[in-house]
Ligand binder design. Structure first.
Ligand SMILES: [Zn+2]
Length: 165
């Protein structure tokens, strides 16, 4: 009987922990997507008219946003995710545990409301440098989002381990 009660208690505890983890993840997603959406407003995208916002969450749960910043010399431009990374690192953060990205075109005919935006290849590699089992929330204009891991987006990646660092 005592074993049965213990088993029941353990099951309840595990279930509660799973619920709390799930609630925390949902809360993180909402906070990060809100920060990314706010950063998106500042996008400098006069050439592509594709306005993107991103936000990263550092290990101490600080949230830092960024937007895409284009340039007349196209390769000089930077994506929203890397803007957020650069801001975070320049403020002393060295580890990122989550990232959200959201974006859609300013041209109404080009808007695809339910398409979740994923980071480009260069940003995936940039995020890998600061990866701490990173979760990425890929959001769409309609508020929907997909949760993926960086490992899913960038499998068999090149990283500091390859340089034995
Ligand atoms: Zn990018």
């Amino acid at each position: 009987m005592q074993n049965c009660s213990l088993y029941l208690l353990k099951t309840i505890l595990i279930f509660t922990e799973l619920q709390i983890n799930s609630m925390t993840e949902e809360s993180d997603a909402k906070k990060l997507i809100a920060a990314a959406t706010a950063a998106r407003q500042h996008a400098y995208c006069r050439y592509s008219e594709f306005r993107v916002g991103a936000a990263v969450m550092t290990e101490d749960r600080t949230i830092i946003g960024g937007c895409n910043v284009e340039n007349a010399s196209f390769p000089v431009g930077i994506c929203a995710e890397r803007t957020a990374i650069v801001k975070a690192v320049s403020e002393g953060h060295k580890s990122i545990i989550a990232c959200a990205v959201i974006g859609w075109s300013d041209v109404p005919q080009k808007v695809i409301p339910d398409t979740c935006l994923t980071p480009c290849g260069m940003c995936r590699q940039a995020l890998k440098e600061f990866d701490k089992d990173m979760t990425i929330y890929c959001a769409a204009k309609d508020g929907s989002y997909e949760t993926v891991t960086l490992a899913e987006l960038l499998p068999r990646s090149f990283a500091s381990k390859n340089l034995n660092v």
